[in-house]
Design a protein around this ligand. Sequence first.
Ligand code: PLP
Length: 394
Amino acid sequence: MVKLSELRCLKEVELPEVLSSIRRILSRGGVEETVAVGPDGSTVVANHSVFKALEWLGVSYVPTSSGSPERTYVPIEALGFFDNLETSRYRVFGDTEELLYRNWPTPLVRLRNSSISGRTAWAKLESYNPWSASIKDRVGWYMFKKLSEKLGAPPRLIYEATSTNTGLALAAVCSIHGSKFRAYLPHTAAAGESLLRVFGAEVVISPKPLTVDIISEVRSAASSNGAFNPNQFENDANFEVHLKYTAKELELQMREAGILPKAIFGGLGTSGHMSAIALYFKSRFSGIKVYGAVPKLGESIRGIRRIETGMKWIQYVELDGVVDVSLKEAARSVVEIARRDGILAGLSSGAVYYAYRTMVEAGQLDEGDYVLVFPDAGFKYVDTLVRYLAETAE
Ligand code: PLP
């Protein structure tokens, strides 16, 4: 076996091909063919998609053979599959970038009082990420890291369309590396402007309602001003980071908790995290279902949107269902969780909990364990929550 970092793959591989190799490796629990390398011992000459799959899965070692691929079987553990999840045991960090990736996993917590009739809800709290206090730190960090690796140095100027969280994450990583950042917000997310400015970002508010509506405008502004546009909606680093870290973490946490969930619930925005989680868990375990929460037609819940608005990765995985949620239902759920379990979840997390609860009440979920991915916390949405309390006179 050769260290993955010592191998070079010069050929581009189409996304569906990489995903089918990932599926095969995860479902067999190991790799069944070697990656063929050339006479230099480090250039991949065949089985490029297996190499890419192993790279995306974040293994340390790759079984290789010279000239042509050979049949083999190496279990993923022997490839150093979980090695990249090393955390700082006593939580001492060398800088605020380490504070992000060496502080994972984000917590998985049983919602003791919000679980309904023998269907135990476990929340993965992505608000424990340090920069944007959201799941988007992972994406901002990884897109920036990949771009820096490609350029050989950190990018000097970045533009990105965001509904705030990705913007905060990119603003933070740009601060850390001395880069400049401009965020484009749809008017429905204008409340994020002040926080972004605290992080030193320049902010442009668009009259459009959805972040996806401003992608092309941002792309052309970036190309005319010499800025890089990572574009979370199409950048595969968004998907890869959740496969390499978020999904793997969750597997180790499930082992620690001694559970195998019947289903995983999550919100859909770019679809990055739930597509990666669906691909991972459906390949690795049989029978785990995956459900998405989206806003009801005509409603706006920051961070999530309807599937028909177009999402890159969701087309490659099989969702078992999608639940429509109104802003009011999401807000009500946030209040319920706060009053039962004493934790302030964000509005998209409220939507995720509502999806779980609705399905329990409709008799669609068997007794067992359920994982709910909570993308952020409620502190950014106080205005909406206060309005909800006033309207319902609670
Ligand atoms: N919830 C919140 C609060 C978000 O900020 C986002 C993404 O921006 C999501 C959910 C959706 O996550 P994803 O883009 O991975 O689908």
